[in-house]
Design a protein around this ligand. Structure first.
Ligand code: HEM
Length: 515
């Protein structure tokens, strides 16, 4: 029903905007007809466009244009071009199509406000010294996760994704608001954020990035739904922000660590694009956008990646064994599991992770084979520029086929295989891979260039830390009658269509039973 409606409306729009069609006489990268492009953009979310774009790539080459009226959306399908665009010409391609509703880092236009907000995050929260100070929160959350996984019935298997999600939300909520929040509140935050993310990855957003007015007109119901969710998020997060602000005032510097909210309270927006023309503090609603982004960015993405990695370790027991052997060689065998959910005293220290190259390789292979996002966030071209003899017009949106790049047989041998060894150098002794792609892009799960994910180091730490500890404590295997299915499903991230179900047994208990 909705699709028919969209098609009819799009045909009407064609008639209205036809005069704009021929405004581009420039040599744009090739692509399908205006009508095909319009229908595709109106009926698909960004991630849903992937299979169609793959076909277009074989037909038109690695630079593809989808045109609607005078606007274009350009897609880039190869590593070399992505490097040329994002690294060599970074400044021109680092803007975002302004999507109004939120003031946060990822939606900010390339300018002083974006710089200020991004620097605040990287220097106040993601600096290695700060990240180290949060190690107690990672330990706390890991304890909870391990105890939750221990509680299931062994033979049935456990669906792990909800537990991973809960762990990532608990962790990021701690870092954001500086306090432990009870389970029902965490679940409420996770639910609201998830609803927001689902809308953010729908067709509505595809059109909004292209033409905000058209998007709101065509998807009025969805737009209203988005405003309602945004409202719900404010109701959930404002009390947490206010409570943190109160505690900063009362404890004046005696806090155990700096939470994200603390850094936002002190921020002063630059005069130039501060909204009302003079430098000012963030409003509470703007803090909601910033905190919401912090939670979104680091939760679903990381728990999706964690699930894919663990699924591959369950599917390939020899890789799991090799990883376990590496861990034991560095830290020794795992301790006896805690009784009655008592906190674990002994876990793998973060400092030990650097001695585990195979662990790094497993995580990187997971991100190559199953990047949580198969595209980056849309970029906006700031000035007309030539790429490969084609004109990339000012104002065009541009995106990158991240999923496709990770599977390119010209760059990766047996790209569909899960082979962590491909990341090892020096006869398997080292894992040195530049995830930023600064010198050359082979894959880009975190994007590349000026808009690269600022949280990539933290995300890699979270993945290595959780994978290492989960494999050290537990033996992971396939429950009876179940098969690990690597089929994908598009949500905000690209998730497992059939979520991982695993039989998880404490390694120490398993050894005791068998001896
Ligand atoms: C496995 C986990 C993660 C993945 C796969 C991931 C991936 C990405 C990608 C693809 C982008 C868009 C890059 C672009 O548009 O070119 C991005 C942006 C961003 N990410 Fe992450 N991310 C992860 C974790 C995190 C974490 C833990 C944080 C911080 C707590 C974070 C914060 C951000 C922010 C603020 C942006 C917007 C950057 C900007 O526009 O300047 N991400 N991320």
């Amino acid at each position: 029903m909705e699709t028919w409606f969209i098609i009819i409306v799009s045909l009407c729009i064609i008639a209205i905007i036809k005069p704009f069609l021929f405004r581009h006489r420039k040599n744009l990268p090739p692509g399908p007809s205006f009508l095909t492009s319009t229908i595709l953009l109106l009926t698909h979310s960004l991630q849903e466009l992937e299979p169609v774009l793959k076909t277009f790539k074989s037909k038109y080459g690695p630079l593809i244009t989808l045109k609607v009226g005078s606007r274009c959306s350009i897609f880039v399908g190869t590593h070399a071009l992505a490097h040329q665009i994002l690294i060599q010409n970074g400044a021109v391609f680092s803007d975002r199509p302004g999507i109004f509703l939120l003031r946060n880092i990822n939606s900010a236009t390339y300018g002083p406000t974006w710089r200020l907000l991004r620097r605040n995050l990287t220097s106040e929260m993601l600096h290695p010294v700060r990240v180290k100070l949060y190690s107690w929160s990672r330990k706390t959350v890991l304890h909870v996760l391990i105890n939750r996984l221990r509680d299931h019935k062994e033979d049935v298997g456990i669906k792990v994704v909800d537990h991973f999600n809960y762990a990532m939300y608990s962790l990021l909520v701690l870092m954001c608001f500086g306090q432990k929040v009870d389970e029902s509140r965490i679940n409420e935050i996770a639910r609201t954020q998830h609803r927001l993310l689902l809308i953010a990855s729908s067709k509505l957003f595809n059109i909004l990035t292209f033409s905000p007015k058209l998007g709101k007109l065509l998807f009025i119901t969805r737009w209203k739904e988005l405003l309602q969710i945004r409202n719900d998020l404010e109701q959930t997060l404002i009390p947490l922000i206010e409570s943190r602000i109160e505690s900063i005032k009362s404890e004046s510097g005696n806090e155990r660590f700096v939470a994200y909210v603390d850094t936002l309270v002190n921020l002063e927006l630059p005069k130039k694009d501060g909204g009302n023309g003079n430098g000012r503090k963030l409003t509470l609603k703007e803090m909601v956008s910033m905190c919401g982004e912090f939670l979104n960015a680091g939760t679903d993405t990381t728990s999706t990646a964690l699930q894919w990695i663990m699924a591959n370790l369950v599917k390939h027991p020899h890789i799991q064994r090799k990883l376990y052997d590496e861990i034991v060689a560095v830290v020794g065998p795992p301790p006896a599991p805690p009784q009655n959910g008592v906190e674990l005293e002994s876990i793998i220290n973060e400092e030990d992770l650097v001695k585990m190259p195979y662990l790094k390789a497993v995580v990187l292979e997971g991100l190559r084979r199953h990047p949580p996002g198969h595209f980056v966030l849309p970029h906006r071209v700031m000035k007309e520029v030539e790429v490969q003899g084609y004109t990339i017009p000012e104002g065009a949106t541009i995106n990158f086929m991240v999923g496709e790049m990770g599977l390119d047989p010209k760059v990766w041998d047996d790209p569909l295989e899960f082979k962590p060894e491909r990341f090892l150098v020096n006869d398997g002794g080292d894992c040195a891979f530049d995830i930023t792609g600064n010198k050359g892009i082979k894959m880009m799960p975190f994007g590349a260039g000026r808009r690269i994910c600022p949280g990539y180091d933290l995300a890699l730490l979270h993945l290595e830390y959780f994978v290492a500890n989960l494999i050290w404590y537990f033996d992971w295997s396939v429950p009876n009658g179940y098969e690990v299915d690597l089929a994908e499903k598009v949500e905000f991230t690209v998730v497992m269509k059939n979520p991982l179900q695993a039989r998880i047994v404490s390694r120490v208990e398993k050894t005791n039973h068998s001896s």
